[in-house]
Design a protein around this ligand. Structure first.
Ligand SMILES: C[S@@+](CC[C@H](N)C(=O)[O-])C[C@H]1O[C@@H](n2cnc3c(N)ncnc32)[C@H](O)[C@@H]1O
Length: 207
């Protein structure tokens, strides 16, 4: 069962009928710092891209970006933001409606996979499957960039706490991963003061 009820698509579609709380009009600041410290390789995939701020930021830096989300109105918002930018339509940027839990269905390989608030939506079993999916689409030495809640709220329909220890347990050398950086940072929203977050850059090792 999903953390967001029996129909998570309906849940997130309803959230996007208003301004989504996580839409801050820019990438999460700690993610921007991580991008500068560990420049991604092309092409880049943004899982659960929402209304596109991180994907647009990456494309304006010159990266070739695909953003996917399962909510049609979120993807439409992202496309509208691009169309409103001067020369936006010339950016190396695509947005598709797709299931970000199954990126292998895209039949593309990526030099970097971004996950800003996606992994933390899922229970540990679903996260294990997501990690296998990400492993299958990353090129050797490509990196998985994550930025997730590091706090647990005892209420339904919110993300779960992703600790550095969980990522260290999941992303081991034995499973073909090397953690380049894990930090405790802030997760910003437009509705509340910042909450603690875990931010990481994790390299896929050649097999
Ligand atoms: C917390 S929001 C983060 C949005 C964006 N990455 C950001 O940082 O602003 C999580 C996003 O994941 C999307 N999502 C949830 N489950 C999904 C799935 N199975 N496939 C694609 N998108 C999904 C939601 O629609 C939502 O846009």
């Amino acid at each position: 069962m999903s953390r967001f009820g029996s129909d998570p698509l309906s849940f997130f579609t309803t959230v996007y009928q208003n301004s989504a709380p996580w839409d801050i009009g820019a990438p999460q600041p700690a993610m921007a710092v991580l991008i500068e410290k560990f420049p991604p390789k092309n092409p880049v995939l943004d899982l659960g891209c929402g209304s596109g701020d991180l994907a647009i930021y990456l494309a304006t830096l010159g990266y070739q970006v695909l953003g996917i989300d399962f909510v049609e109105s979120a993807i439409k918002n992202a496309q509208d933001k691009v169309a409103a930018l001067p020369h936006g339509t010339a950016l190396p940027l695509r947005f598709h409606v797709a299931d970000a839990l199954r990126p292998s269905l895209l039949r593309e390989k990526f030099g970097a996979v971004f996950d800003s608030g996606f992994y933390h939506l899922f229970n540990p079993g679903q996260c294990e499957q997501l990690i296998d999916e990400v492993a299958s689409i990353l090129k050797p030495h490509g990196c998985y960039y994550l930025h997730e809640f590091a706090i647990e709220f005892p209420i339904p329909n919110v993300p779960r706490n992703i600790s550095p220890e969980e990522l260290q347990k999941q992303f081991t050398v034995e499973r073909g991963w090397r953690i380049k950086e894990i930090q405790t940072v802030e997760f910003r929203s437009q509705v509340a003061p910042p909450v603690p977050a875990t931010c990481a850059c994790i390299e896929r090792l050649p097999r």
